[in-house]
Write a new protein. Structure first.
Length: 703
């Protein structure tokens, strides 16, 4: 029988990934029947990652939340009853109003969200307006990228950035703390093409990741010491006169001070001891990097990513690495320099969406990394009396997980979770609201991995009683009698509002980048920012700093109480410091994502769970033999914060003294009802207040 209706719709992936892939959905009689990559997307070119390629399984999963729910049993029991949307909204509004009128006031309400969707609308628009308007505590969203962002900004005045498509010209590519083949697969495809043209690919990582295995050279580094390696490379560049003196003279600030400090404080022998990398390897890496143009006919590039910043000195580590292309002169060439993120190039008017002008004076800010402390009233008054969770799963992804869950169990805490599935966090909610997937709502997307902006067109009607974030905040605003002019605005009107060019500080982002970018054009497919082909922003300096130069010497850092010059900041929990902690817990643990998952997203889908297998860790055979551990053994990992059981893989995929505990399985799917974040710390990075997931000392024993 012929289909009654057939259409194709273009959309864009919402997940926290630099690739922001375009996709095409076929819809028959109101149901999505085919989901594929958009072959017309200039960057993603029709192929999707193995997670999102099966997105329809997520959309039509039998365990999708269908209706609003109210808790009927103890917190964590998963016992709920169905209620109406009217009842749910009324109960939330009444509880919020009661807290606002109480002695605790509106700051006892805490929103908690991150990158469950990267959309400008469903991720950060009416939600921010709503919580700003009622005077709730502000959330400092630091859990992923702030340390690297601040470190880069202190040096360059913006993010380290080039045109990712220009990587085809690179001839020496360093993936530094970046599992590019898995987490940035379309850039990896360009790197692979560059290698066919003569490029060498190097990966610096404590773990032999998929990218490291596919690279020409894997350099295993001790976790948390990337900043020291960068200092060693800078030392060799100056020592061996492998510098671009003209670039230093014209476009850099503090060269002589930096040079003196390197020779005075960071001899190569010391750098080798800190990093665990032989001196000869540091010498070879630096010379190959510096002489790429001469020996390979093209520039060198450092692809630095967020893994290397998740330790006590993470911000300074990124700052140090961002200095290297200025010393070598790599910024001069298309495909040369360093790439952290393209996100700051699009001049979205986020303030028009979020309305920070509504925030009452003296409103406190709570760092999302420290949710455990917030829920235990350790961050000062008022106590958190209500928690509204959306676009996040903090019971899985937050550090010091055991204490987070203890806080979520508080009977005096009113928790609302807006979700697609009954996640670990939703199990502890008082009210659960069903959320739409990307196929069911409109949004517009920036990217942090290429230059294309695109709207997401809804392909199907919301399933069951699911609603998108913005619609829920409109309902709450009405129930609380908030100003209609703030909330009675459509998502398309919001999109048009944020597309009005908004120039940033010192020209980053530049308003001109939105020339030709309109709402209608983005609804038809990806639209490139108005930037030159092979964009290389720092060819002639023009950095975003106050001086306009690459600031080796930073007055801002000095004013903040930090060393104004690049330096080494060790991990909080340092295996080499001789402390009692290091003696009791001698192994360094990092917690990169299992490739089948995206943090805790997709971890509940059968296909992804089957691909991932059971929770596991990677351990060097030397460490395993010392502890009587064999491959396949069930082991217990212990830190000062908790214990976690998983299966041991034994080999040479990591350095001796380092274990890799992959994440993030949902708690209900692990051996002991908790995941690796029961081991991780809420301590913050030096710059940006970021998370330190890769800064943990542990011990491992056979169960």
């Amino acid at each position: 029988m012929a289909s009654l209706s057939l259409k194709t719709v273009k959309g864009v992936c919402p997940h926290d990934c630099p690739d922001t892939c375009g996709f095409v959905i076929t819809v028959e009689d109101g149901k999505a029947t085919d989901f594929r990559g958009d072959k017309d997307h200039p960057f993603t070119k029709g192929f999707l990652c193995r997670k999102v390629a099966n997105y329809l399984e997520r959309v039509y999963h039998p365990e999708r939340l269908q209706y609003p729910l109210r808790r009927t049993g103890p917190k964590g029991s998963g016992q709920f009853e169905r209620i109406s949307w009217d009842s749910a909204i009324r109960e939330i509004a009444e509880r919020f109003q009661s807290i606002i009128r109480s002695e605790h006031g509106p700051q006892a309400i805490l929103p908690y969200s991150y990158a469950g969707t990267m959309g400008k609308l469903q991720g950060s628009s009416l939600d921010r307006r709503f919580f700003n308007r009622i005077g709730a505590s502000l959330l400092d969203r630091t859990i992923c990228a702030t340390a690297g962002g601040v470190g880069s900004d202190m040096t360059l005045g913006t993010r380290a950035v080039i045109d990712p498509e220009a990587v085809i010209h690179s001839r020496y590519i360093i993936n530094w703390g970046s599992n590019t083949a898995v987490t940035n697969s379309h850039l990896w495809a360009i790197m692979f093409q560059a290698r066919k043209r003569g490029a060498k690919i190097v990966t610096i990582d404590p773990y032999r990741s998929e990218t490291a295995r596919k690279s020409d050279w894997w350099i295993p580094i001790r976790p948390g010491t990337d900043g020291a390696l960068a200092l060693g490379m800078m030392l060799i560049l100056f020592r061996d006169n492998l510098v671009d003196q003209d670039y230093l003279d014209r476009y850099c600030l503090g060269t002589e001070e930096l040079k003196q400090k390197l020779f005075r404080e960071y001899p190569l022998e010391k750098i080798s001891q800190i990093t665990g990398i032989p001196q000869l390897d540091i010498e070879l890496l630096t010379r190959e990097y510096a002489l790429s143009l001469q020996d390979r006919g093209g520039p060198s590039l450092i692809r630095l990513n967020y893994g290397l910043q998740r330790h006590g000195g993470g911000g300074m580590a990124v700052r140090n690495i961002c200095c290297i292309p200025a010393i070598s002169g790599a910024w001069r060439y298309p495909g040369g320099g360093a790439l952290l993120s393209t996100s700051k190039l699009a001049p979205f008017d986020s303030e028009a969406l979020e309305r920070p002008d509504l925030i009452p004076p003296k409103t406190r800010t709570i760092n999302m990394v420290q949710l455990a402390e917030a829920l235990h009233n350790q961050l000062g008054p008022p106590p958190v009396k209500a928690l509204y969770v959306y676009n996040s799963n903090p019971a899985s992804v937050c550090p010091d997980q055991s204490r987070v869950i203890q806080g979520l169990k508080r009977e005096d805490l009113f928790t609302v979770v807006h979700e697609q599935f009954l996640t670990d966090t939703a199990e502890y909610a008082d009210i659960v609201l069903p959320a739409t997937t990307q196929l069911e709502h409109f949004d517009i997307h920036n990217t942090y991995g290429h230059f294309y902006i695109q709207s997401n067109n809804p392909a199907i009607e919301p399933l069951y009683e699911a609603k998108p974030n913005n619609e829920v905040f409109r309902l709450l605003a009405r129930a609380m009698n908030l100003e209609p002019e703030l909330f009675e605005i459509s998502d398309e009107e919001l999109a048009a509002l944020c597309l009005k060019p908004h120039a940033g500080a010192n020209g980053y982002p530049a308003a001109e980048a939105f020339t030709g970018v309109t709402l209608e054009s983005t609804k038809k497919g990806p639209v490139r920012l108005h930037l030159p082909k092979d964009y290389a922003p720092f060819v002639e300096g023009k950095f975003g700093t106050a001086s306009g130069k690459c600031e080796f010497y930073s007055k801002r850092l000095k004013q903040m109480g930090f060393d104004p010059l690049p330096c080494y900041v060790p991990p909080h929990e340092d295996a080499l410091d001789g402390s009692a902690l290091a003696r009791e817990f001698p192994l360094q643990m990092i917690t990169p994502p299992e490739p089948a998952f995206l943090n805790s997203s997709f971890a509940n889908l059968d296909r992804n769970r089957k691909e991932a297998g059971e929770p596991r860790l990677e351990m060097h055979q030397t460490d395993a033999s010392q502890r009587g551990i064999l491959a396949g053994d069930l082991v217990e990992v212990r830190s000062t914060r908790g214990k976690y059981r998983c299966r041991a893989n034994v080999g040479e995929e990591t350095k001796p003294g380092v274990i890799v505990v992959l994440g993030i399985w949902w708690n209900k799917d692990t051996h002991d009802g908790q995941n690796c974040n029961t081991l991780t710390s809420t301590k913050l990075t030096d710059l940006g207040g970021g998370a330190t997931f890769f800064d943990n000392l542990v011990e491992v024993s056979k169960v």
